[in-house]
Design a protein around this ligand. Structure first.
Ligand code: SAH
Ligand code: SF4
Ligand code: F3S
Length: 478
């Protein structure tokens, strides 16, 4: 494949960090020109997606676009004509995993030069990663960013027709493109984007650089998507944004998230969840809406990151330990059966043993149902990456282990209350490890493996819990 360096549009970290907050994002509609509609006829593609729900949702759009171009989506990597890696950049380990997989495809590409390999998602928005890919991974034919999914047909045509390695990564802001095709991974549960990007700039986080400025979709577009999904038999929507509680702020909406949440609840869809809530933008009206609408699930993912005020300040999280705990207490007072999960970072630069212990004591207070805890991973170009960090990795790993022991202890304790109870489970179909056992989630978002003679995917089933484990429940449909 030819390379022509001048035609590459590469990511620019500085530009990614700039914001023009005066103008709302441009809104466009997707069209697929006729010349691209059969470009994939007779060809297969395989998409590997990593990272958060937003990326999974992007993967569904990529699958939709490729199908509209005539490709058949398959799950076997080695057999596909086009391999797409839809990547995550949140921690170095996630990146290394992808680089390892792409690295191992070198011989496959040498044997079958016509196979095409593409990288997209958040890693494609990182300057240093793209440089590395261009230099050391000649097997990669196409790199495109998170802001130009709609350009995929044109970019692929360039690779296929011109035999040219193609790199196009926009670094600025991004628009909102409505009407892109989508191939949902599930029939009864839908990810629905309510906003893109993030303007919070927590000092450890790469997302504001890889995903651009916060931009909210119009309320009408979101409601139309929920209505359409419900009309097709959909049961659960998961509203997605990096910071859903700030929904509508970029459009000048007052109390936008509560307005949206109520409008989604009024559609009558059976279950509503939302990810992710940032504690600093919570309004009391949102808590009241959660109380008032039975179809808004009372299981909240509320990332706290640390229990130490000093660490929270250096993370630029915008709230204190006391404010977080008050929010949790206020919610419990209004919605007594609410449950919480969270995200935690261990070993942020300069975190002392005493500051880490404040995270442990916060976990003791909140007794989360579960928590994702990770050792801090420096992300090039973020402010925290330049902070002094004198804690050895071994000490950080020990802290993580201590924290995870505590998290598991509370997860188990919270699950005990379900013993012999009957819960409503939205069936996802056969479980991962045993095809004769079904699985699904309770309203409180607990994974249940259960047996039933009649239930199938999409049913909401009453299940009696027969065995409690730390992170799952076993049961029997009644
Ligand atoms: N928008 C969400 C989080 C998105 S990133 C929020 O504000 O809560 C998902 C999680 O990855 C974060 O909650 C954080 O715990 C973790 N994370 C982000 N950057 C990280 C880093 N550099 N090192 C370790 N964990 C990180
Ligand atoms: Fe990252 Fe903070 Fe934005 Fe979440 S709110 S995506 S942690 S910058
Ligand atoms: Fe990862 Fe990008 Fe999501 S960095 S967590 S895929 S926004």
């Amino acid at each position: 494949m030819q390379t022509n360096k001048n035609q590459y549009i590469l990511p620019d970290h500085r530009a990614e960090g700039k914001r023009n907050l005066n103008e709302p994002a441009e809104q466009k509609r997707f069209t697929l020109p006729a010349e691209y509609q059969s470009l994939g006829s007779g060809k297969t593609c395989c998409i590997r997606t990593y990272g958060c729900q937003a990326n999974v949702r992007d993967g569904e759009t990529i699958a939709g676009i490729l199908q509209a171009m005539g490709f058949t989506v398959i799950s076997e990597m080695e057999a596909a004509d086009l391999l797409i890696f839809n990547t995550c950049a949140v921690r170095r380990a996630a990146e290394e995993h992808v680089l390892g997989e792409v690295g191992s495809l070198k011989t496959l590409k040498q044997k079958h030069p016509k196979k095409l390999i593409a990288i997209c998602g958040c890693m494609a928005q990182e300057e240093s990663v793209v440089e590395d890919l261009l230099k050391h991974y000649p097997q990669v034919d196409l790199i495109f960013g998170t802001h130009n999914l709609d350009q995929l047909p044109k970019l692929l045509a360039n690779v296929i027709n011109q035999h040219q390695r193609t790199v196009e990564v926009c670094s600025q802001e991004g628009s909102i493109i409505e009407g892109m095709p989508k191939e949902r991974s599930r029939k009864y549960k839908a990810f629905v984007n309510i906003m893109y990007g993030c303007d919070k700039f927590c000092t450890y986080c790469i997302v504001p650089y890889t995903r651009g400025k916060q931009r909210s979709r119009y309320l009408d577009e979101i409601i139309a998507e929920v209505e359409e999904f419900k009309a097709a038999g959909g049961k659960e929507v998961q509203l997605l944004g990096q910071n859903v509680n700030a929904y509508g702020k970029d459009q000048g909406m007052e109390d936008g998230f509560t307005v949206l949440l109520k409008a989604v609840a009024e559609t009558g869809i059976e279950r509503i969840r939302f990810y992710t809530s940032n504690p600093r933008d919570y309004s009391f009206s949102t808590i009241e809406a959660m109380r008032d609408y039975p179809n808004i699930m009372k299981a909240l993912h509320l990332p706290v990151q640390s229990g130490s005020n000093e660490v929270l300040r250096r993370m630029n999280r915008g709230y204190t330990r006391e404010q977080f705990l008050k929010l949790v207490d206020d919610m419990k007072a209004v919605i007594p059966d609410i449950t919480f999960t969270t995200d935690l970072i261990v070993g942020f630069p300069g975190e002392t043993e005493a500051q880490f212990e404040e995270t442990l004591s916060l976990v003791d207070y909140c007794r989360f149902d579960s928590a994702f805890a990770f050792v801090y991973s420096p992300r090039e170009g973020t402010p925290a990456a330049a902070m002094e960090d004198d804690t050895p990795l071994a000490v950080k790993k020990q802290r993580l282990q201590r924290l995870n022991e505590k998290i598991t202890q509370y997860a188990r304790m919270n699950n005990e209350v379900y013993a012999d109870q009957t819960v409503k489970v939205l069936c996802d179909g056969p479980s991962k490890n045993n095809p004769v056992v079904l699985c699904g989630y309770t309203e409180s978002n607990k994974l249940v493996n259960f047996t039933s003679d009649t239930a199938s995917e999409g049913d909401i089933v009453d299940v009696k819990i027969t065995q409690v484990k730390s992170y799952t429940l076993d049961g029997k449909a009644i």
